[in-house]
Design a protein around this ligand. Structure first.
Ligand code: AMP
Length: 281
């Protein structure tokens, strides 16, 4: 596995592979890798000849300075995990490499970016869309793999690739969970024992709403009960707990007539956790 830190070195390697007719899949990450990220690498490996993984904590997608500065950095461990998972190339650029002096462009995806995390994290999806567009143009992969854990992000990226004619297939990969159901996340390491225990309630609440919704019960009432259950279990704040269309992310309040998902973001201590699951009928 090779490690490169500049766009020039990255392009030299991917150009060579393209000239050899080797297909390339790409997994963008912010590092502090866990089994969820590694499942994306395995998925990427199964669909292309070569796998490129990027590690870049993108400053422009953090709307809180503290969240950015607290974001875990574990480069050595990440590299070991990626080597073991069979990645072929790791791209670890600096912020200056990604945003050199004078950088002044951005990518805005309206509609799917506006609700859920876009409503409460100003500028977050603009930061995500801009960095992912750059990374896709730098790597020029055949396929890029993103986790359903960040389902809204996945829809934003599908939209931008379609709108901007970026020649890449976007593949969603299922959320990996701890044994008790908590979605794996680099942020889970910041939970103390009590908070970690309470955090499992997000998945429990999502499942209970999914059952109620598929049984035709009142969606709004089910979500209100869910919010209360989270607050009672120790969450300080529920940012959203909503059922939305799985593609357009339009809100579903009364009935579900198409593929839908339940989305939750909630704060426990200083940690904001997000999760989502599909509603099936
Ligand atoms: P991040 O490093 O948090 O930016 O995540 C990098 C990629 O890993 C994104 O596509 C995430 O959706 C995905 N990811 C994060 N956590 C999980 C998980 N628990 N299961 C599957 N994919 C995940």
């Amino acid at each position: 596995m090779e490690i490169v830190r500049t766009v020039k070195d990255l392009r030299a390697k991917t150009r060579q592979w393209r000239n050899e007719n080797q297909s390339i899949s790409f997994v963008p990450t912010m590092g502090a890798l866990h089994k969820g990220h590694i499942s994306l690498v395995h998925n990427a490996k199964s669909i292309a000849d070569k796998v490129v993984v990027s590690i870049f904590i993108n400053p422009t997608q953090f709307n809180e300075k503290n969240d950015f500065s607290c974001y875990p950095k574990e480069e050595k461990k990440d590299i070991e995990m990626l080597e073991k998972a069979g990645a072929n190339l790791v791209f670890i650029p600096t912020a200056d490499e990604m945003y050199p002096k004078g950088f002044s462009s951005s990518v805005t995806v309206s509609g799917v970016s506006d609700c859920l995390c876009g409503g409460s994290r100003a500028g977050h999806f603009e930061g995500v869309a801009t960095v992912v567009t750059k990374l896709l143009l730098q790597v020029l992969p055949d396929v890029a793999v993103f986790g359903e854990k960040d389902y809204q992000q996945l829809q934003v990226i599908k939209r931008l690739v379609q709108d901007l004619d970026v020649p890449v297939k976007i593949v969603g990969s299922p959320t990996m969970r701890e044994k008790d159901g908590l979605a794996m996340s680099s942020r889970n390491a910041r939970l103390n024992e009590k908070q970690r225990h309470a955090a499992t309630n997000i998945y429990a609440v999502l499942n209970s709403i999914a059952i109620d919704a598929s049984n035709g019960l009142d969606i709004e009432k089910a979500c209100e009960h869910g919010k209360k259950a989270l607050i009672d279990s120790g969450f300080s704040y529920v940012d959203y707990l909503e059922i939305r269309d799985a593609e357009t992310l339009e809100i579903r309040k009364k009935t579900i007539d198409k593929q839908a998902r339940i989305f939750c973001a909630a704060q426990i201590g200083s940690v904001r956790l997000i999760d989502n699951i599909a509603v099936s009928f």
